[in-house]
Design a protein around this ligand. Sequence first.
Ligand SMILES: [Zn+2]
Length: 691
Amino acid sequence: MLLGLGFILASCNVNSEKMENPLLQKFDTPHGVPPFDLIKVEHYVPAYKEAIMKHDEEIAAIVNNPEIPSFENTIEALDFSGELLRQVDYVFNNLIASLSSEEMQNVAKKTAPLLSKHYDDISLNLGLFKKVKAVYETRKELELTPEQDRLLEVSYKEFERGGANLDEEKQDKLRKINSELSILSLQFSDNVLAETNNYKMLIENEANLAGLPESVIQSAASTAKDAGMEGKWVFSLQKPSMLPFLTYAKNRKLREKLHTAYINLGNNNNKYDNKKILARIAALRVERANLFGFKNHAAFVLDDRMAKNPETVFNFLNKVWDAVLPNAKAEAAELQKLIDKEGGKFKLAHWDWWYYSEKLRKQKYDLDEEMLRPYFEKNNVRDGAFAVATKLYGLKFVERTDIPKYHKDVEVFEVQNPDGSFLGILYMDWFPRESKVSGAWMDAFRKQSEGVDPIVTNNFNYTAPIGDKPALLSVDEVLTTFHEFGHGLHGLLSKCKYQTLSGTSVTRDFVELPSQFMENFALEPEVMKMYAKHYETGETIPNELIKKISNSGLFNKGFTVLEYTSAALLDMYWSTLTDTTERDAAQFEKEIMDKMGMIDEIVVRYRSTYFKHIFSWDYSAGYYSYQWAQVLDADAFSVFKEKGLFDQETAASFRDNVLSRGNTAPAMELYKKFRGTEPQLDAFLERNGLK
Ligand SMILES: [Zn+2]
């Protein structure tokens, strides 16, 4: 009786929930931003289920359309379909990264397999593929616009790469592989998050703080207080906590302890260990590539990238590796000399690098990070990035306090065209929380398409203001701000008809061009004078400091380039395995590092067990992309250096040929339209002291 009644009540609730689920309504907010104040965790699973069903119906309508397949009734209809699902998915994907919880992770565990099945059902829908193929085969007679032609090509290729041309048995296998991969990659990042949050280095003796700047000590004290240990100090494996400790702490033993914990994330043989998970991921990827007739995962992935194949990527990375290795060794030798001179009787180790390079930088250039921070107050840096966009493209940024946001620390800006008309919304989320993924990234709550304005978001993890002391950024963080903002502009300035092609929907090895391009402006003297003002006195950064920054421009480049390139190569080695043996991850990594001639004093930027880019996110066989895009951004920026930083004609050409075009033409074509030629390596090599 009771059970029966309970069931009836429950089903009534489900129905009324469906009616009131804010994720399933048209967002009735300024500019249609998500109504964060109304969305609750329990809304996601029903919303996903409903939106997936709606998308299925839309797909069925395309497949069952009795008319002859045309561009409009098939390709365009596909681009328009799934709008409700995108609405739900964009909100969830953003919030699981920036406002996660166990409940949210449970939602992801429930919906990840549903979504993977749903997209497999579309990409393996034979009736649908037949229609797409029919349109594709008549493309020459269709008189399509270039963007329509591109959409047709991209859509067809996506089906092909999704397995639509495979036989039934292989398709079945593919579904199983994709579903297992989606679960494993989620486990991988959950484990990294758990290991990061579980580790706390507690300091009780004040003497062990020797060398640390006051701001770092305060921040560690406030972390301790939050953890219920007032009067003590806590350092974590989050980079804004760890890196200052490694840079300034005199206590060598504690530096060793902290950095050793970091490089063993996901490698502690406990329940969060990622070794078996990633070995399984690598093996499944080989299996999947084989289904498509490729001998390894990288060959499959790179087939539709700018680089085209693993050989090109290996050639590029090895060229950089060979050029940078001697520089990194020379830097290590110089640091050793400093240790010897100070009477330290030990060999430079990986936990020493930051500490001694900071010391050396002070000696060589009379420059230290803490001298610069007061000029890089977070709001000033943000306004500097805005000012560059204003000078280049005439954009205006107006803060809106009347728009829903998901956390009180988030800022919201309305972005306006030069004539004052509305362009889009930009969310900026600055500070770390336990519920937030580490690092920095850009994403969208809504992508631009004809008649639809973009809503984009920038996420950072900078040390929050303490008391009345504002957030003061490091040089790296200044660059990161400009970087993510550059992605933001790519999303905001998009002028495409179809959402499939718009904004940042370009190939991985092109997507970092707009972001890295913006980094170039951050430390230009002309630009620093616009925004780098002392947070207390308002004084503009003095010429003398600007000169010191530019003099030290190549300092430690051997380290940063080697650290990065080793990770890009590690990714390529994992991605070019040709058999499905599940390897011992630690041993495999060691073999690779030995083969490359990696030096002990530097650890690969991400070790396998916490390399989320390649085992959780979609960057496998693609981590090289940042460096590849550096070749592009260095080459592109050299035009601005030559013609003038804010030369209007050059800026308009970059906006019209690159930023606004999304994926409406192949990347190389877009780039050549802006540059006139293919990109050259010179500017990249010079910038990194490799030439
Ligand atoms: Zn980026």
